[in-house]
Design a protein around this ligand. Sequence first.
Ligand code: SAM
Length: 395
Amino acid sequence: MDRVNPFDPDLLRRRPDLEAPELVAVDAADRLLLDVAADALRRTDGGIATIGDSYGAVTLGAADLTGRSDLRSFQDGIVHERALACNAAEQGLHSAYRSYPLSPELLDGVSTVLLRLPRALDELDELAWTIAVHARPDVQVFAAGRLKHMSLSMNAVLARYFGSVTASLARQKSRVLVAREPLDVPPAAFPRRSGHDVGLDRPLELRAFGATFGGAALDPGTRLLLPHLQGISVGRSVADGIGGPVEEEVIDLGCGNGAVSAYLALSRPDLRLHASDQSASAVGSTRATAAANGVADRVAVSRDDALSALPDASARVIVLNPPFHSGSTVHEGIAHRLFDACARVLTEGGELWTVWNSHLRYRPVLERTIGPTRQLDRTNRFTVTVSTRRERPHE
Ligand SMILES: C[S@@+](CC[C@H](N)C(=O)[O-])C[C@H]1O[C@@H](n2cnc3c(N)ncnc32)[C@H](O)[C@@H]1O
């Protein structure tokens, strides 16, 4: 490893994720996890995998502790994957690890797993199942969290897949659960499935892998938004040069379980969808949802952070139910960052259709960031608006 200085967790940053004075890149649970797992990490002759590392503290800390350069990392969010890559490069540790999808290759031959406990039990369930099936029979799973985000249900989920689950002493409001002795497990429970009456001639089928926002449920804000999307106007009539109509593309930003894309593909044959989410789980769920509704041929899905792969002024319509949290961080800047991305990607006169929690009062932000904003619906809980991208100043 081409190291210049010793690894320093205090130099880790969150970018490209939101940065703010009150938001940290490394926390007490990261530090406790490395301390509790240190002996196992140094002694093991098997592979080492990290799962759910936020910004690199766990993966780069383990690389530093062991001197190894064959660590494997899975992070559901591409924002976290990119932050880890930036931090690794800055600290000369870029060749210490490789990123993997949640797959057999991540865990094949692995005897030590360092896991940051997710908040959702379904996500933990899917991770624990995958580790029990694919890691070595002598695998030890060190799963750390902040006490305020932990519950005894997490021990119960781990106990479904491991014969031994113990807990470390708490330190600085953090704790590590240690799971050993993987059990014979039932067939995979994911993706979860459900069907919803949304006023179409058949139920909207939703599919969800473990880390997908809201699982296979239909988000109540999205339920309010869906019928309004019938008002999306294709704007101009386009022809493909050989006589047939060409569908216009609508972007489903933060596609989650794919509800918006599947609904539009089913109800609007004049549209095709580009669904995008930073979460690997959401991308898998949207693909599964599109297939379950028979519309996979009109729904393209990408894993990206805030449409970073799209050029400026390239989209006419974006639909967004904005996130308000990233992992366990709740911050209004997370939604603002996506509004900024929409402003960049929309053409002049292009539209952002969105639904948000009424108490968040996003309307002035939308007016400022995108342009004139009309309210289409409002309940005590949710507000539906459409914002029109104002002209860009000439440069
Ligand atoms: C409130 S959920 C909406 C999910 C889905 N559209 C629905 O209506 O049920 C917000 C989604 O935004 C995604 N997201 C969060 N940050 C993102 C980012 N930087 N880039 C792309 N997607 C992001 C989350 O993973 C999540 O799936």
